[in-house]
Design a protein around this ligand. Structure first.
Ligand SMILES: Cc1cc2nc3c(=O)[nH]c(=O)nc-3n(C[C@H](O)[C@H](O)[C@H](O)COP(=O)(O)OP(=O)(O)OC[C@H]3O[C@@H](n4cnc5c(N)ncnc54)[C@H](O)[C@@H]3O)c2cc1C
Length: 408
């Protein structure tokens, strides 16, 4: 594909998930008109909760949505890491005030719908962002003039859109990814996530203060408050061989309880509470594959879906959005080169975060003597070294944020 320069032509985004919505806001803020095309008839929440580390919050602040997200979110005091089998404390990563002091931004836990609604209502306020719901974007082609032409298929009939670039933010099972890279599609990781939410009433108070992380053989459990502390989100991550392209397969409590048989009573009591569980197979997309082809670029999970074991998938999509907008603003005269600059700026960091998540998978699920060695090492580290270990992830700032005063 050849490169293009089309002043004034819009940028087309496929997918209005967290990545696509963030990209629409960032690109529009950088002066580009945007067509945002989403195949679902309405913006749906996928999964229930999300941890938003300070690196993601720094971008949300730039996009003007941090305040509304913060109102619906909760700021946990720490990540409390315990043994799933004995319940003993192993380590803690301080968050709360510590995160705000260290990074200038909070560490939030939030319901996905609250984040998506905040991004969507900001986008809807903006006449420069044309949002089309219930429409699937397909078959992008580059025109002789270098623009990109896409088919938009919907129940109301088909349409064509022309733009200076196409950003494929169409998620882990991206149908647009083959237009950028022929190989390295989504691969099942051999892990399944089970999730449920439950009312906060009657839960032990520490569960409503902290993010809880329980590690055990072949599984781990994460829980944190959402809906400003009124509900608890529980995720049980299990090594198993089930796969389906869905964010919301039905699951039953018995499977979850069986995977945690012999685990600590307090945790089993928690997992026994919810009546409804959903599950999804965790897939990965290697960040090392190509991210761009001429005026087409991948963003978010379409480029680099990862295990959620560092709680960074959405954060990386949000970071992508800020860098993409900056690269396109700096390089309007040559879109393909600007997109290459975006790929170069993002790839190494995302690859490192993806590796961290994969490493956490084997650390969290250890058993026998390896688990004992891990527990001893974690106990010796102490909270400050635990926090310092994450500074390269949480301390990242978007290109323009350096000039802005940090939040208090
Ligand atoms: C169990 C679990 C827990 C997680 N926890 C965290 C966490 O705590 N913190 C964190 O940062 N991340 C977390 N993540 C990761 C995070 O959920 C994802 O990385 C993030 O949602 C990816 O956003 P996205 O916009 O790239 O893709 P998606 O959210 O998948 O959005 C893609 C959108 O594209 C649309 N679409 C698809 N094809 C087309 C098309 N052809 N035309 C138009 N629209 C199309 C889809 O309908 C969808 O709306 C977690 C993931 C899992 C599975």
């Amino acid at each position: 594909m050849t490169q293009t320069a089309l002043p004034g032509a819009p940028i087309i985004i496929a997918g209005a998930g967290i990545g696509g919505l963030s990209a629409a806001l960032a690109l529009n803020q950088a002066g580009f008109p945007v067509h945002l095309v989403e195949k679902a008839p309405d913006i749906q929440e996928v999964g229930a909760g999300l941890q938003l580390s300070p690196n993601a919050c720094a971008v949300l602040d730039l996009l003007g949505v941090l305040d509304s997200v913060r109102q619906a979110a909760f700021q946990p005091e720490r990540i409390r890491i315990r043994s799933g089998t004995t319940g003993k404390d192993l380590a803690a990563v301080p968050l709360g005030r510590d995160a705000r002091d260290r990074y200038g931004y909070p560490y939030l836990v939030v319901h996905r719908a609250d984040l998506q609604n905040a991004l969507l209502s900001q986008a809807e306020k903006n006449p420069g962002i044309d949002i089309r719901l219930g429409a699937s974007l397909t078959r992008p082609e580059q025109t002789p003039s270098g623009s990109i032409l896409c088919h938009v298929e919907s129940l109301h009939g088909d349409d064509m859109l022309e733009g200076r670039a196409l950003i494929a933010a169409d998620g882990v099972w991206s149908r647009l990814r083959p237009y950028v890279r022929k190989k390295s599609g989504a691969r099942f990781t051999g892990q399944t996530a089970y999730r449920a939410t439950l009312p906060a009433d009657g839960l032990p108070p520490h569960m409503l203060r902290d993010t809880g992380l329980w590690m055990g053989p072949n599984a781990h459990v994460v829980h944190y408050p959402i809906k400003a502390g009124r509900e608890l989100n529980v995720i049980v991550l299990i090594k198993e061989d089930w796969q389906e392209e869905s964010w919301s397969g039905r699951a039953d409590r018995t499977t979850v309880m069986q995977a945690l048989s012999g685990w600590y009573g307090e945790l089993r009591d928690l997992v026994e509470r919810p009546d409804h569980w959903l599950k999804w197979a965790l897939c990965g997309v290697p960040a090392s594959g190509g991210w761009t082809n001429g005026p087409i670029a991948l963003l978010g999970d379409a480029a680099h879906a990862m295990l959620p074991f560092a709680a960074q998938g959405a954060a990386m999509a949000i970071e992508d959005a800020a860098v993409l907008a900056q690269c396109l603003a700096d390089g309007t005269a040559n879109v393909s080169r600007a997109l290459k600059a975006y790929e170069a700026a993002r790839k190494e960091r995302v690859r490192k975060v993806q590796d961290l998540a994969a490493r956490n998978a084997s650390i969290y699920h250890m058993s026998g003597p390896l688990a004992l060695a891990r527990n001893t090492a974690m106990r010796m580290m102490g909270p400050h070294r635990m926090a310092a270990q994450m500074a390269w992830v949480y301390g990242w700032k978007p290109p323009k944020a350096a000039a802005r005063p940090p939040l208090t």
